[in-house]
Write a protein that binds this ligand. Sequence first.
Ligand SMILES: Nc1nc2c(ncn2[C@@H]2O[C@H](COP(=O)(O)OP(=O)(O)OP(=O)(O)O)[C@@H](O)[C@H]2O)c(=O)[nH]1
Length: 173
Amino acid sequence: MTSGSSCQPWAVSSFFTYTHNLESATVKFEIWDTAGQEKYQSVCHLYYRNAHAALLVYDIAKKETLKKAKLWLEELEKKFLPDEIVIALVGNKTDLAAEREVTTEEGAEFARTNGLLFMETSAKSNHQVNDIFMAIVQELLRREKEKASAPSPHERSTIDLKEGTPKRRCCWL
Ligand SMILES: Nc1nc2c(ncn2[C@@H]2O[C@H](COP(=O)(O)OP(=O)(O)OP(=O)(O)O)[C@@H](O)[C@H]2O)c(=O)[nH]1
């Protein structure tokens, strides 16, 4: 719990840390599992405000949980700028395929239209659980790389009006 925070302890059900070594980087996961119920929605941002990524997990066997995931997405969109955070939509409980209420296509389409990563998992049978975390890490690393290779704002906005002559004047857009 954050000391001095007004957030209630019951808004987070668990916290885990895990370190994973990749060839190019060591990644330390600090995972906050926030309570999914809407009554805690207004306080949960105190936990995820500095987050690099968020997983919106729904139950493929309960359609209403996808609706709740959509509400959580709206909440995240209020708190973060676009591209400030990697968001993954996760359809969990693939082991309950016989009780499925949300098709893979439905989840994938919602993720695609909202620019989210998407995967279906089963925490019970450990299906694709590691994969979704790895997909998030790859996306974070890709964004870091893109930022590092992007020209700085000054470089981008400088236009040399006298190319080939000494740089006496330039235009700052
Ligand atoms: N069959 C199956 N059951 C699962 C799976 N993952 C979680 N469960 C069960 O689903 C129930 C709810 O799991 P939780 O992890 O508490 O779900 P939650 O969404 O975090 O719940 P909140 O804390 O209320 O947000 C528990 O009984 C779990 O054992 C899964 O992949 N397959």
